[in-house]
Design a protein around this ligand. Structure first.
Ligand code: ZN
Length: 88
């Protein structure tokens, strides 16, 4: 069965993990992580792709490069905002 999927979600998730593994300091609470992800996703255009069960995205390498910088920029900003007002 085919499904719609917002590829931006993957990008944002991936960028979050990249940033943390590169030593970006951010509180590890799930709540804060999701706050950041939601904030970034609301700032960026959704990129819907049609996926099929088990299908690996092949055409997305270009998208990836094109959006990585934007995602990074928005994410650093969102992390700063969330760190200032953590909801816990
Ligand atoms: Zn936190």
């Amino acid at each position: 069965m085919s499904k719609l999927h917002n590829y931006m979600e993957d990008m944002v998730q991936e960028t979050y993990e990249d940033l943390l593994s590169q030593g970006q300091k951010f509180c590890g609470y799930d709540k804060c992580r999701l706050d950041v992800l939601a904030m970034v996703l609301n700032q960026l255009p959704a990129k819907y792709v049609v996926t099929q069960k088990g299908t690996v995205y092949t055409k997305l390498q270009t998208l990836n490069l094109q959006f990585k910088t934007d995602v990074l920029k928005e994410m650093v900003k969102a992390m700063r905002t969330v760190s200032k007002k953590p909801r816990h």
